[in-house]
Design a protein around this ligand. Structure first.
Ligand code: ASP
Length: 316
């Protein structure tokens, strides 16, 4: 038996950890239930503008959600482009538990959720609609219909108006909730959920629902989850890479840093782009790293419940 632990991305991660923690102790403990419930808590929070109901729409004004969940290479599930259901992480879990496949997209994912009896909801809140209307007003029609990414991805959680890039360049719009948990039987699980980049090109899907990119779990090697500019993470198979490095002997902090170094090596990085990654090994040793300041990991154990700055910030 070892000490249970739950780790979640960003400052809303403390709320995620509070929802997941009860599932990590006691007779019915399950790290899988813990990560699902942790994501659901953020998906249900309409104040969070980057996950679930209340998530930021794409540039045509529609919200679409992505999520994945994983316990091992042979047990994972994901959904992308969910348009009618507020808890994509639970659809991903049902895909994993009830279908002999890994990923459902778009209308097929929504129909599957309906067949499973999940409750549909309007994902576009009044506030998210207003954010979108403001964004449209600020951008010329040519840009709105352009397929390039014109809105800079930063962190939404502390901002009330958009865009606020000048105020806090690196952290305004990135906010996937990513969760890793280990119960006292040392079972690891991971999950993540997002509405993707704000004002994304309709149809764009990022790293979060793609196994190996936004999330990877291998009980013999460890687990990792990423947040930030999905296109950068996808270019290096970020979460798989971190777990693979741990499997070859790297400590979590070195594995997380190496993923970011690969990104830097592979891309011409605009100054705004943020990526953060958290990694845990099968002994429960964990770390996180970020390209730039502003990212925090929420950690909860029997003795801790706090936000922790990453061990490595590549460009402090
Ligand atoms: N990684 C997510 C995506 O690219 C967004 C984020 O974490 O901010 O869809």
């Amino acid at each position: 038996m070892s000490e249970p632990i739950i780790l979640s991305t960003w400052s809303f991660g403390k709320k995620a950890n509070a929802a997941g923690w009860p599932y990590l102790t006691g007779a019915n403990q399950s790290s899988l239930d813990a990560v699902e419930q942790a994501c659901r808590a953020i998906e249900a929070d309409t104040e969070v503008r980057s996950v679930g109901c209340g998530g930021c729409p794409d540039r045509s004004g529609d919200v679409s959600l992505d999520a994945s969940i994983m316990v091992s290479p042979s047990r994972c599930g994901s959904v992308c482009y969910v348009r009618r259901f507020p808890h994509p992480v639970s659809i991903a879990r049902l895909v994993m538990d009830r279908l002999n496949l890994v990923m459902l997209a778009g209308e097929g994912a929504d129909r599957f959720a309906a067949r499973q009896g999940l409750t549909a909801a309007n994902l576009l809140t009044k506030r998210a609609q207003t954010m979108w209307q403001n964004w449209v007003c600020r951008h010329p029609a040519a840009q709105i219909h352009d397929d390039a990414i014109v809105s800079l991805p930063t962190n939404l959680e502390e901002s009330d108006s958009l865009p606020v890039i000048e105020a806090e360049p690196h952290n305004k719009y990135h906010d996937t909730v990513g969760v890793l948990a280990m119960d006292s039987r040392e079972q690891i699980a991971g999950a993540c959920s997002t509405s993707g980049l704000p004002f994304k090109v309709p149809g764009r899907v990022g790293d979060s629902p793609i196994v190996g990119h936004g999330l990877y779990v291998d009980p013999r090697r460890g687990a990792a989850v990423a947040t930030g500019m999905g296109e950068l993470i996808m270019g290096v198979c970020g979460s798989f890479l971190a777990v693979e490095l741990m499997g070859r002997g790297a400590e979590p902090k070195d594995a997380a840093r190496e993923v970011l170094q690969r990104i830097v090596e592979a891309f011409q990085l605009p100054e705004m782009h943020q990526v953060a990654i958290m990694a845990i090994n099968p002994s429960g040793l964990w770390s996180s790293a970020a390209l730039r300041p502003g990212y925090f990991t929420a950690v909860r154990t029997t003795t801790r419940d706090e936000l922790v700055a990453p061990e490595c910030v590549l460009f402090p």
